[in-house]
Design a protein around this ligand. Structure first.
Ligand SMILES: *Cc1c(COP(=O)(O)O)cnc(C)c1O
Length: 400
């Protein structure tokens, strides 16, 4: 309460006066200086900083190969193409995810198939996944939702038995581990997002990890017009080299300006994770007595990425709807998010594939009840206290 003016203490209109933006990243002087250095050197596009960022990310994950791209959406699209997915194939994804997971499948010409989630982990339910496998299933795209790893002990045997390609959507899961193994290394491809709100940001950006040299080589060609060589090698001081277009590629490469941010974000990854873990635990304790559903504690022998802290509002318990809580939090000066309305709730998918929300009941319920609170390393203790106070005011029955 210390920051409020005397009048505000008498009539506390909202939990904070300045609006707390959801997902605002923590940017420090090191990133700013590195971007300025790239600007002064006038090397903005793909170059040595991208190469260094790829190498350092690959080393952090202990991966064989890494290629930086301009988004996780691009990473998913290229991975599916490099896996040979195309028209006539089916690819299974969870029904509770961001639209990009499904759109990337659609853009290959393949048919997306949804599997419902486990309501506790909010990750793809391995038994529903198994039930949706057909002769045409070519690949699966599990999402490590909120940073919690998928149940790989149940998923990997399906990949082996049905000769599927696994492409992990690790958009929430840079730091995630399952039974001592890192997210992004279970599949033939691991796809990461460095979007502004993600655990590690480059503004926009993404990364693809692969096991095979041949897969990363194909990804690199597809990411840059289908050209046989990197543009930055073409323009190096080794002299001009002709390039050849070997297929119709895309324009998905990362810029040095983006890598300049990522290099320093990567250096602070662990310290930022520790901070988000503390905030996650603080919320978890604070809301124990409120009429809302908190996320499950991380499972043993796993490392949660702590990307999202989600609560669920069941109107029957809370006496208020999720959307009323969204509005209430905004009115309290706290930016919140919804991750996510289930995929079948969106008109495009319903119209094109005939999917009904009711057919994926856990995803539907979570999608209609879930709300994400701010969880960024940028949050101060005061910010966290403001978020908690706002939740008590909006959801709390007696405690406001
Ligand atoms: C953010 C996100 C993406 C897309 O990432 P971009 O880098 O913005 O393309 C894909 N899947 C999930 C689960 C995400 O949260």
């Amino acid at each position: 309460m210390s920051r409020r003016s005397p009048e505000a203490v008498l009539t506390p209109v909202r939990a904070r006066e300045d609006f707390l933006v959801f997902g605002a990243p923590q940017i420090e002087e090191a990133e700013i200086d590195e971007v300025v250095a790239s600007m002064r050197a006038a090397w903005l596009g793909t170059g040595p900083k991208v190469a260094r960022f790829e190498q350092q990310f690959r080393e952090y994950k202990g991966a064989s190969h890494a290629a930086a791209v301009n988004s996780c959406t691009a990473a998913l699209h290229l991975s599916l193409l490099a896996a040979g997915v195309g028209p006539g194939d089916e690819v299974i994804a969870p029904s509770l995810t961001f639209g990009a997971t499904v759109n990337a499948i659609i853009h290959t010409g393949a048919t997306p198939i949804l599997a419902d989630i486990d309501p506790t982990s909010m990750n793809i339910d391995p038994s529903d996944l198994a039930a949706r496998i057909t002769d045409r299933t070519r690949a699966i795209v599990p999402v490590h939702f909120a940073g919690r790893p998928c149940e790989m002990d149940d998923i990997e045997p399906l990949v082996d038995r049905f000769s599927l390609t696994m492409i992990e959507d690790c958009a929430h899961a840079v730091e995630t581990e399952y039974h001592g193994r890192k997210a992004g290394l279970f599949g033939a491809f691991g796809c990461f997002s460095f979007y502004a709100t993600k655990n590690l940001t480059t503004g926009e950006g993404g990364m693809i990890l692969t096991r095979l040299e041949s897969d990363i080589a194909r990804v690199r060609i597809l990411a840059l017009h289908g050209m046989s060589q990197d543009a930055w090698k073409r323009f190096s001081d080794e002299g001009y080299r002709h390039y050849q277009i070997v297929e119709a590629g895309f324009k998905y490469n990362m810029m040095d300006l983006q890598a300049a941010i990522g290099l320093h974000q990567l250096e602070r990854l662990e310290e930022n994770w520790v901070r988000r873990q503390a905030v996650w635990n603080r919320y978890q304790e604070a809301f124990a007595g409120l009429p809302l559903l908190r996320p499950a504690e991380p499972a043993p022998e796993t490392r949660h990425g702590y990307h999202l802290y989600t609560i669920q509002i069941d109107e029957a318990d809370a006496g208020i709807t999720r959307d009323e809580v969204l509005e209430g939090m905004t009115a309290q000066g706290i930016g919140v998010g919804v991750h996510y309305m289930s995929i079948p709730e969106h008109p495009f998918y319903e119209q094109r594939y005939g999917w009904k929300p009711d057919d994926y009941p856990h995803s539907m319920r979570v999608g209609r009840q879930t709300l994400s609170l701010p969880l960024s390393a940028r949050l101060t203790d005061r910010d966290v206290a403001d978020v908690i106070e706002a939740v008590f005011r909006v959801v709390g029955r007696s405690s406001a």
